[in-house]
Ligand binder design. Sequence first.
Ligand SMILES: Cc1cc2nc3c(=O)[nH]c(=O)nc-3n(C[C@H](O)[C@H](O)[C@H](O)COP(=O)(O)O)c2cc1C
Length: 175
Amino acid sequence: MEVMDAMSRRRSCRAYLPQQILNEKRDEILKAANAAPVGMGEYQNVRLSVIQSAALLEKLDRCGAAFLGDPSLRPTYGAPTVILVSVSRDSKQDAAYCNAACIVENMHLAATDLGLGSVYLLGCIRALQQDAALQRELKIPEAFFPASALAVGYCAETGHMRALTTDKIKTDYLR
Ligand SMILES: Cc1cc2nc3c(=O)[nH]c(=O)nc-3n(C[C@H](O)[C@H](O)[C@H](O)COP(=O)(O)O)c2cc1C
């Protein structure tokens, strides 16, 4: 799939089938993460956690739901895999989130290319930032903090290709 084609198919999936993604697909997504640009090439300032434990995903959901004030919420939408991007506490705050976003978007497009659904997660990651015990359970080193994540799985919603346009984001042309 060409990049522009993947972009027109990419959408946020918020309902997943329970079946786990194949390890081959997981590894392709991780290759996309590793191909992402990172400020100053400081790849040592970012880390990935592939979370596929149902118990840990439930803890992440509960943490996010409590933070958002509604215990009925499931902020990871039942996705069987969440790939968490953590960044070094030493990185400059703006670069930290930029790096995480580049990595997540590369994975989001790769997941689309592989026929998988995915969605960028920030809400429940903000919750995780307040929960040191869960960060330890997720084996995030103390020198890092969780910045963003991608939920991935087989999408239970039907999506369609969207036309790529130039009018969604207001743009000034300076000639
Ligand atoms: C920085 C960022 C944070 C986001 N956080 C969440 C989130 O926590 N939960 C969620 O369901 N979607 C989240 N999204 C997805 C956006 O809501 C979604 O991309 C946007 O509404 C456009 O829809 P589309 O992805 O289907 O094109 C996030 C997207 C970005 C870029």
